[in-house]
Design a protein around this ligand. Structure first.
Ligand SMILES: Nc1ncnc2c1ncn2[C@@H]1O[C@H](COP(=O)(O)OP(=O)(O)OP(=O)(O)O)[C@@H](O)[C@H]1O
Ligand SMILES: [Mg+2]
Length: 743
């Protein structure tokens, strides 16, 4: 039932429970409800309602969303409803809000205003430097593992001392030691990592009650979307900020808590009810997104979880079509089925590419789907693939910008000191580092004393040139050169552009294109600091844009989104549910919630797919169907798999020449789906060897077409080759398996 209240258009198009949440009087409110029940819609409306009906000043609202994209959308919608005063409102992710706060009080924590933000890669580099200086064996202490322990500690508000106190054996003590040094080095470099943004804001508020009070008074209304995935530290921040006004409005779904590994904790919801005893709780049960069949599938899966409060989603939109199950012989057949189905539904069902999304549990599963899409010419975007900001030329440039802004950034310095080449080798850096240790200063401070450090030869003039360059670039910033122009100046004055232009390989041309793209992004910002902050906070889900393309992403990234047609792929035990969860009941429940998230993204049609054989890491093996499939009543499923005849199957495995369709689908299937393939199916001929390749050599790949070798690592059967393809960008392949020939 929907109220159409002509007196209050802000409540129009809401059901009674939703309207009650939107028009809530004040004080703590928890909206706890299943997927697609309008939580995000209610939160958006609530903001508009506060401003319009309650005459709350937008500047006193802080709304937290999961991605920057969601924040922008919410701002836009509020803007439509209440006009430009919406601008003074803070709608952002936890991280973005914290950066804004920290920039106002860096000195309180011993930082300078121009601190920079390290991404995961920078953080790992620093941790690896520390581990090796401590003489830790990287086999016993893999950098990635130490990094994730430190990250977990921060998200649980444990500092190095607390982590040390909790340590029960030597390994944990070592990690705590690394953590302590890591924090010191970050401070020395005037840098914070991602987790610090939350951790340090919490610390700021704890240590300075007056500062906390300032924000408590400013943000009189606090709203949080996807509350089930806030971690301990984020939750503590919500409690700090909301303590005074108690106007804390949170929406979430405990069945969608899927970031346990990041320290997100669905107990927050339970604790919220404890912290605010007078909390009003509103449940929403009507779903407006999906068909009843899709909801029945979702309910049947999630009801197998022990640790949950039972709730049942329903819709009045009708049962819709059964969900479609496809079982392929192998992953390429599965992928080809997905591609054919999309083409067919686009031709006959009047859909656009952007109506479709393909979800997978692990990133590597996108490869086979991408190959099928490329063969059929289906435009797509992989969300969360190699990010623009992770590309080499972009990282180099960004590191320069960071170093301009913050001269003490050690990781940026190490990255760019010899880029472009200035004859400064590792030995020279080591000499400077030794001097820095002796003097008790940072690497950057010691750099200007390179002669005293004993640096000789070309490296000497190299460092001198570098220092002159940095000084010139910092001069531009003092002259208030805007960030776009600053990048241009850097590219010219450093020789970075001319180095790339000297060799006009496809690779370098695309790097130059990417750099122009960076200049145009930077030009949207007024100051270097604003640009650096914005680029550090780009979340994976922010890569989703409005073009007419099929979206590929992991199920984690799909949270909060919806698509008319969804493919949930690789439903196999060991993949989805993930192998590490199979013997851990708690983790298995998290996998089940993740599956529930995937299913409930679909509005009209849901495909569930799997393959009997899957190749991973270059090996093909038999699979076991996902246990989640067994949890769905057969009456809700239509099996659309194609049974190949013995002849078809035999000819497929004997060689491609017999079967014209290289897609893996039988000709009858192709007829049924109205498509044909112009595939260049990968042949199984002899593979290239290391001796035939070197960087710069053009090659052709069976699926991805032309590319240029950029690196070769290892040799023999283990050799891998990195190739930059014009179709899909850079890929690292195992040479002995990769279907390559020389161009
Ligand atoms: N009362 C309503 N009438 C019509 N459509 C609605 C109503 N409430 C929500 N919707 C629509 O239903 C869909 C799901 O809403 P929304 O995304 O807000 O749900 P949600 O609870 O946030 O979902 P999730 O748990 O996946 O984040 C959206 O397309 C939204 O516009
Ligand atoms: Mg939502």
């Amino acid at each position: 039932m929907t109220i159409t209240n002509s007196n209050n258009p802000l409540l129009a198009g809401l059901n009674p429970a939703q309207a009650a949440a939107v028009s809530h009087d004040g004080g703590p409110l928890l909206v706890i409800a299943g997927a697609g029940s309008g939580k995000t819609r209610v939160l958006t409306r609530r903001i508009a309602y506060l401003i319009e009906a309650k005459e709350v000043h937008p500047g006193s609202i802080l709304a937290i969303t999961f991605t920057n994209k969601a924040a922008a959308e919410m701002k836009e919608r509020v803007n439509e409803l209440v006009g430009p005063i919406a601008k003074s409102m803070w709608v952002s992710t936890f991280h973005s809000a914290c950066v804004r706060i920290l920039r106002n009080h860096p000195e309180a924590l011993g930082y300078r205003k121009n601190f920079v933000i390290y991404d995961q890669d920078d953080a790992e580099k620093l941790i690896s430097l520390i581990s090796s200086s401590m003489g830790l064996d990287t086999k016993r202490f893999p950098t990635r593992q130490s990094a994730s322990r430190i990250s977990n500690a921060k998200s649980e508000l444990l500092g190095p001392k607390e982590l040390m106190a909790k340590a029960t054996h030597i390994m944990e003590r070592k990690v705590a030691e690394v953590y302590a040094q890591y924090q010191e080095r970050l401070l020395g470099a005037n840098a914070m990592d991602f987790d610090d943004l939350i951790y340090k804001t919490h610390e700021l508020f704890e240590r300075y009650p007056a500062i906390l009070e300032q924000y408590q008074r400013r943000f009189f209304h606090l709203l949080v979307d996807e509350y089930q995935d806030t971690n301990v530290a984020q939750n503590a921040l919500v409690m700090q900020l909301g303590e005074r006004s108690r106007n804390v409005f949170v929406v979430g779904d405990s069945d969608q808590s899927v970031y346990g590994f990041r320290g997100a904790d669905m107990r927050n919801i339970l604790e919220f009810e404890k912290a605010f005893e007078d909390v009003a709780v509103i449940k929403l049960e009507q779903n407006y997104r999906s068909t009843q069949t899709i909801l029945d599938v979702a309910n049947s899966i999630i009801s197998n979880n022990q640790y949950r409060e039972a709730k049942n989603l329903w819709t009045d939109q009708g049962s819709g079509e059964k969900v479609r199950l496809f079982v392929g012989d192998d992953d390429s057949e599965e992928s080809n089925f997905i591609a054919s189905s999309i083409l067919r539904e686009r031709e006959t069902g009047g859909r656009r590419y952007s109506d479709f999304a393909v979800f997978y549990r692990i990133n590597s599963n996108s490869r086979s789907v991408e190959e099928a899409f490329i063969r059929r010419g289906i435009p797509y975007r992989v969300v969360g693939g190699t990010r623009f900001y992770d590309r080499r030329e972009i990282k180099d440039t960004m590191s320069y910008l960071r170093l301009i802004q913050n001269p003490t950034d050690e990781i940026a310095l190490r990255r760019v000191i010899n880029v472009p080449k200035r004859g400064i080798g590792d030995q020279s850096i080591a000499k400077v580092a030794t001097l820095a240790a002796e003097m008790g200063t940072t690497l950057v401070d010691a750099l200007s004393k390179y002669e005293a450090a004993g640096v000789t030869g070309r490296a000497k003039s190299g460092i001198a040139d570098f220092l002159v360059l940095m000084e010139a670039l910092r001069g531009h910033v003092r002259d208030e050169m805007p960030p776009g122009e600053l990048i241009e100046a850097f590219l010219d004055e450093s020789g970075y552009r001319s180095e790339l232009a000297a060799n006009d390989s496809v690779d370098n041309l695309s790097r130059l294109d990417n750099l122009s793209e960076l200049v145009s992004v930077a030009s949207e910002h007024e100051t270097l600091e604003a640009f650096l902050d914005a680029s550090a906070l780009v979340a994976q889900a922010d890569q989703i844009q409005g073009d007419d393309v099929v979206t590929l992403m992991t199920v984690h990234t799909a949270k909060g989104l919806e698509y008319p047609v969804v493919f949930l792929t690789a439903l196999e035990d060991g993949i989805f549910p993930h192998s590490r969860s199979l013997y851990e009941p708690k983790e298995l429940e998290e996998e089940r919630r993740l599956c529930y998230v995937g299913v409930t993204r679909a509005r009209e049609i849901l495909y569930l797919t799997r393959a009997n054989q899957r190749s991973q890491y270059g090996e093909s093996s038999l699979t076991i169907p996902s246990r989640f499939l067994d949890e769905i009543p057969p009456s809700l499923i239509e099996d659309v798999s194609v049974r190949l005849s013995y002849e078809e199957r035999r000819s497929r495995y004997l060689g491609d020449s017999v079967v014209q369709s290289a897609s893996g689908l039988s000709s009858s299937t192709l007829k049924r789906y109205g498509t044909t393939s112009n595939s260049t199916k990968v042949d199984s001929g002899p593979r290239l060897s290391v001796s035939q390749l070197k960087p710069g050599i053009p090659v052709v790949h069976g699926s991805w077409g032309e590319g240029v070798v950029t690196a070769i690592d290892g040799n023999g059967d283990n050799a891998s080759v990195t190739i930059r393809f014009s179709s899909v960008g850079s890929k690292k392949l195992i040479l002995s398996y990769a279907p390559l020939k020389l161009a």
